[in-house]
Design a protein around this ligand. Structure first.
Ligand SMILES: Cc1cc2nc3c(=O)[nH]c(=O)nc-3n(C[C@H](O)[C@H](O)[C@H](O)COP(=O)(O)O)c2cc1C
Length: 183
């Protein structure tokens, strides 16, 4: 897929098939993450790739207890009869973390996440940024993050739900952000 076409067709996916993407597809998505830029070339990011259904179930049970009523209600509405899942039952879940000692850690992780979303688009996979493991929840979920290999000194800045899309994405919201030119 042409890169510009890929940028234009990337959409957030919130319904995944249970089928596991191939190792090659998962590796290609991670390769895109590793190629993303990092402030001052520090490259402190860690990518914890989780396909373990038991871990995903325990993570979702915990995240649900930490979420507000409105967030749980909207998630249940999105997931329908499949039930609560902050990652929309994606078979692959990638936790992106970095050392918070550095001022660009959040930006570094955002670059890697967007690269993963674009690689997923090029491969015909669906992806979604999942925010529930970041912020204050990060320390509250430290035992689960440790189990998944996230370094003890890292903060989670975002996660990627990944898998084959089970349904078309929601209609694209018109982009209204302004662009100005000074020539
Ligand atoms: C920083 C950030 C955090 C996000 N967190 C979530 C999230 O936790 N759950 C979710 O379903 N979507 C999340 N999204 C996806 C946005 O809702 C989505 O990008 C937006 O609706 C625009 O749709 P599009 O990605 O299809 O263009 C997040 C996106 C960004 C950039």
């Amino acid at each position: 897929m042409d890169a510009i076409e890929c940028l234009g067709s990337r959409r957030t996916c919130r319904a995944f098939k249970p089928d596991m993407p191939t190792d090659e597809e998962i590796s290609a998505v991670l390769g895109a993450a590793l190629n993303a830029p990092s402030g001052m070339s520090r490259f402190t990011r860690h990518f914890a790739v989780i396909t373990n259904a038991d871990w995903l179930a325990r993570m979702n049970a915990r995240v649900r207890t930490l979420a507000g009523d409105a967030s749980v209600a909207s998630n249940l509405e999105r997931n329908g009869e499949k039930g609560y899942s902050c990652n929309y039952h994606s078979p692959v879940f990638i936790v992106v973390s970095a050392d918070p000692a550095y001022p660009t850690s959040r930006d570094d992780c955002a670059c890697a996440l967007e690269s993963m979303f674009l690689a997923a688009t090029a491969l015909g996979l669906g992806s979604c940024w999942i925010n529930q493991l970041g912020g204050d929840n990060c320390e509250k979920l430290r035992d689960l993050l440790r189990e998944a290999g996230v370094p003890e000194n890292h903060r989670v800045y975002g996660c990627c739900a990944l898998g084959y899309p089970a349904a078309p994405s929601a209609p694209k919201k018109p982009r209204t952000e302004k662009i100005t030119y000074l020539k």
